[in-house]
Design a protein. Structure first.
Length: 224
């Protein structure tokens, strides 16, 4: 029997977070069920992103999840099949008065509207290239929602699943996605280069749970 695979990720509810001292979440469950097909256990610990990468580079972790793929990372890691596709949308509390203008560039479509974003987070080339005067940085998604309720900015870029998880209280009533803009990013599990056997098992298990309905049942469990 293979040893449990040691994975790391940064806290990001509802995808991975701690509850009663144990890691849980939608992405955690998808990975757990995929490896379970082959009787492989997982051990997951949550850290800041930079620490996760450092643990992987130091060989203290076997893999990292909820990671995007690029040429630089492909030189360092082995990537799984797509775990899921993340959708980041503009959310607003002023759906009747806010609209994106016509235009090819996002800056033209936004006009003078300020947007709330997460500090240090890379969204897309066109978002990252916006003038600093248009962006208000926050350190957590909860702060982005709070900024919308206090009219600190008109729009906030928030992951669709995160918003569904967080928008529950009366103080956030009326916050809704704004049609007309979406950032879609495929997310993966990345492994050390010496973990090829685990990559094959994970990919096989992921394909199986998509076929047998477990994948969809996990998504439904988190209402996403």
């Amino acid at each position: 029997m293979l040893s449990p695979v040691k994975l790391v990720a940064d806290p990001y509810p509802p995808y991975q977070f701690e509850r009663d001292g144990k890691v849980t979440g939608m992405d955690y469950d998808l990975i757990y069920e995929s490896f379970k097909i082959h009787d492989v256990g997982i051990q997951v610990s949550l850290h800041g992103w930079d620490e996760c990468i450092a643990l992987l580079d130091a060989g203290k972790a076997d893999g990292i999840f909820q990671i995007t793929r690029n040429a630089e990372r492909e030189k360092r890691f082995l990537f799984s099949k797509v775990l899921r596709t993340a959708r980041t949308l503009f959310f607003t509390k002023e759906t009747e008065s806010i609209m994106l203008h016509d235009g090819k560039k996002l800056s033209d479509r936004l006009g003078s509207e300020k947007i709330g974003i997460l500090k240090g987070y890379s969204y897309s080339d066109e978002v990252d290239a916006l003038e600093c005067s248009l962006k208000v940085e926050k350190t957590a998604n909860e702060e982005l929602l709070d900024g919308l309720t206090r009219c600190e900015f008109s729009l906030a870029l928030i992951d669709e699943g995160v918003a569904a998880f967080l928008i529950k209280g009366p103080e956030q009533e009326g916050i809704k996605p704004l049609p007309g803009f979406e950032i879609s990013r495929p997310l993966f599990v990345a492994f050390r280069k010496d973990m090829r056997e685990y990559v094959k098992l994970f990919n096989s298990g992921l394909s199986e749970i998509r076929i047998n309905g477990v994948y969809e049942s996990v998504l439904e469990r988190y209402s996403l």
